[in-house]
Every structure is written in structure tokens, then in C-alpha cells.
Design a binder for this molecule. Structure first.
Ligand SMILES: [Zn+2]
Length: 73
């Protein structure tokens, strides 16, 4: 059974309901009892951050010390 997200316009709470698709557009009542709710679109996760996380950078240096050169004295 699909899950639907609703938001209450009276108190701003968001809540989930599992109901049949035929009842997807039926009015839902907030857990606080408020009837003024709207159904949120939750079919597809919208991220739009870019397509993939950046690859982790390898640790610089690797020779020990802070720089491996002469800057440390
Ligand atoms: Zn409410």
C-alpha cells in the first residue's frame, strides 16, 4: 500500500498515511485533529545536487611530517 505525505496547514505538522491509491486524494486529518491538510508530492526524491558525490581526495604528501620538505625546520 503506497504511503502519502501530508502537511497540516493549521499547525504545520507533516505526517504520513498509508492508504489505497484510490483514496490518495481523500482528505486527511492531521494527528492533532486539524482537517486542513494538503498532500505532498513524494513519489520522486528531488535532490538536484549534481549527479554523484565527489570522489574523496587522496591524502596529500604521505611522507610523514607536515610537509616532508624543509618548511618545518
Ligand atoms: Zn494540524
Amino acid at each position: 500500500m503506497p504511503r502519502y505525505d501530508f502537511r497540516c496547514r493549521s499547525c504545520g505538522a507533516t505526517f504520513e498515511l498509508r492508504r489505497a491509491m484510490a483514496q490518495a486524494n481523500d482528505p486527511a486529518v492531521c494527528p492533532q485533529g486539524h482537517p486542513d491538510t494538503v498532500k505532498l508530492l513524494s513519489t520522486v526524491a528531488v535532490t538536484g545536487v549534481g549527479g554523484g558525490a565527489a570522489a574523496p581526495q587522496p591524502a596529500p604528501g604521505g611522507g610523514g611530517g607536515c610537509c616532508g620538505g624543509g618548511c618545518c625546520g
